[in-house]
Ligand binder design. Structure first.
Ligand code: PMV
Length: 301
């Protein structure tokens, strides 16, 4: 049996603006999806959702990966089992993580010799097939790990502070939120255009601050980024209340991560404040994940 794992991710800066060509900074986080594969006579895929054959309703990403390997290898049977610490559908990159970990595990089992770039590319193709449209961000960051500036794919220094995530458990559709921002931008181009380029400037400024390990300033910029995300209509009252709870209990800064409208917020915090920040987000109603940045992308366990 071979087990591979891949990390989730958060956005430090730049979601939504990245759709308009502005830079963003993403950070792989140390919550992982593990996929184990073993030779078998037929195809079975098991997870907390159940056990299936190739099944695009229950296991769409893994099914699509299996079909890709049937194209490029002699794969007939395999037993695949999935365990994940990454909350599903909350903007933390759960679909990229399961896709990338499955690709790496099948690659190791079948000896197809894929390089990391090939794995990231195949993962992106699979996400596009399943979601219709997908940016390369999640699959790239999850494959490579670390803190990455997008679209430049430039690696920054690893964050050396705590990361506290608050999940609203409110479903939000990335597609819909991206469309809402586009509509606002069409209606008020002279207002929204500068907001999006300001967000891009935050990524550019953030790059220097992350590498300088100046987390007080990174946090301040994240708070400004949050204000602008609110301005373009992707906030919600739960996300606001979690971000204020985190800031008021010692976090350097806090903002939405990902598409917004629900999903998750992220705070960065000094190690000594983690329990206060986590407790504050929890008492505001958030499901809390305490984690840290990781430079370990996809790997064989
Ligand atoms: O919620 P997520 O993790 O899928 O992030 C969406 C990020 C956007 O910038 C809003 C869209 C995109 O494709 O980059």
């Amino acid at each position: 049996m071979i087990t591979c794992s891949a990390p989730g991710k958060v956005y430090l800066f730049g979601e939504h603006a990245v759709v308009y060509g502005e830079p963003a900074i993403c950070c792989a986080v140390d919550i992982r999806t593990r996929v184990s594969v073993a030779p078998a006579d037929s195809i079975t895929i098991s997870s907390s959702l159940g056990t299936t054959d190739i099944d695009f309703k229950t296991h769409p990403y893994v099914s699509a990966v299996v079909e890709r390997f049937q194209d490029i290898s002699s794969l007939e049977g395999v037993s695949i089992s999935i365990e994940s610490e990454i909350p599903v559908g909350s903007g933390l990159g759960s679909s990229a993580a399961v896709t990338i970990a499955t690709i790496k595990a099948l690659d190791a089992l079948l000896g197809t010799g894929l390089e990391l770039d090939d794995i990231a590319r195949m993962g992106h193709e699979v996400e596009q097939r399943i979601q219709g449209a997908a940016s390369q961000t999640d699959t790239y960051v999850c494959t490579m790990g670390g803190v990455v500036m997008i679209p430049q794919r430039k690696g920054l220094d690893l964050l050396d502070c705590a990361i506290v995530i608050g999940n609203t458990n409110i479903f939000s559709s990335t597609k819909e939120l991206v469309a809402n921002v586009a509509e606002l931008n069409d209606k008020f181009p002279d207002v929204i255009g500068p907001v999006l380029s300001s967000i891009g400037m935050m990524s550019a400024t953030g790059e220097v601050l992350v590498n300088a390990k100046d987390y007080v300033s990174v946090g301040k910029l994240m708070n400004i980024n949050q204000g602008l995300l609110d301005a373009i209509g992707v906030g919600c009252s739960e996300l606001s209340s979690f971000t204020y709870a985190a800031r008021n209990s010692g976090a350097y800064g806090a903002k939405i991560t990902g598409a917004g409208g629900g999903g998750c917020m992220v705070a960065i915090a000094p190690h000594e404040c983690v329990s206060e920040v986590a407790a504050a987000i929890a008492s505001a109603g958030g499901e809390v994940v305490v984690t840290k940045a990781t430079d370990i992308g996809v790997r064989v366990e």
